[in-house]
Design a protein around this ligand. Sequence first.
Ligand code: GDP
Ligand code: MG
Length: 335
Amino acid sequence: MTTTNQSHSHPFGKPVNILKFGEGNRIIVDKEALEKSFLHPDVKNRKIVVFSIIGAFRRGKSFFLDYCLRFLYANYSSIESRKNDPQFNKDWIGLPEEPLKGFTWRSGTKRDTTGIIMWSDIFLHTVKTTGEKIAITIMDTQGLFDNETSPADNSRIFALGTLISSVQVLNLVGIIQEDQLQYLQFATEFAKFAAQDNQGSSGKPFQNLLFLIRDWGNPDEYEFGTEGGAQYLKEVLKIKADQKPELKSVRQFISVSFDEYSCCLMPYPGKHVARKKDYDGQWKLMDEEFKDELVVIIEKLLKPENLILKKINSKDLKGFEVKEYIQSYFTLFQS
Ligand code: GDP
Ligand code: MG
């Protein structure tokens, strides 16, 4: 059975598929969509935040992004009717019964197109200290780690998404598994040659990575949120003397490949979110513990002082440069 929410009825923006993975290793880029987004007058010559999420299908990625969209519309939107305080709107989460709209979520068992999807609206923020306006873009990924996407394609999407974003959220359920760490490493095999002269702020190919762990079941050992997450991550990434070489190397790889990495442990969201077929995303029906952590992590990721600009070789990229960068990667990743 397939259920789909009313994603297309979002009052302002819509999802735009900028990249699809076709048959026979083909990457199909929607050049027009890419230009529309990155060469938009609000974006073209502005520094830019590229916020992205990745991970297996049907694990709440789009759902999470749709709550991120609420924060973005409430705080950085040019749509005046949605905006109270231009710097920080504490009521961003909206009304308790408001159905969740945005990127399509809860698409049942039907396979989504594999690819990268951007939100059509771009958000603007004026940096307090400099008065400069920066642009914020948000991206979703679809179809990864399902039974039909090949390991090679998973790695390519993973690498591509991580290279083009300034913040990558890796969405996982339960625990960090060894195979997911391996994917991170495979991804750099593709990224390595491309990243030689395209490096982040500290000479590393990738910028920020957040491990977002869903349905965390061990709050007595590591508490929910980013502090418990930091301790858990430290334990997972510890290099031990008796570890197999490949387990050691993946751990070393993470520390040399990302500018920063962190982890957030999320509670189980409750039966409505996790199981109910007719659930429409309203936060009234979330377990309170989950809703509280959701608010905390979204504010942490997206509040003005924590926005991370896309950089290469310590230089902030502008919208048009990000577009060129993405296109050059597409070409590389074709082979
Ligand atoms: P995506 O394929 O990763 O983008 O997943 P979706 O955002 O479409 O969500 C898939 C299903 O997971 C929906 O029915 C959501 O209600 C549910 N969901 C969202 N967040 C969570 C979570 O943290 N835990 C659990 N167990 N389910 C969630
Ligand atoms: Mg999705």
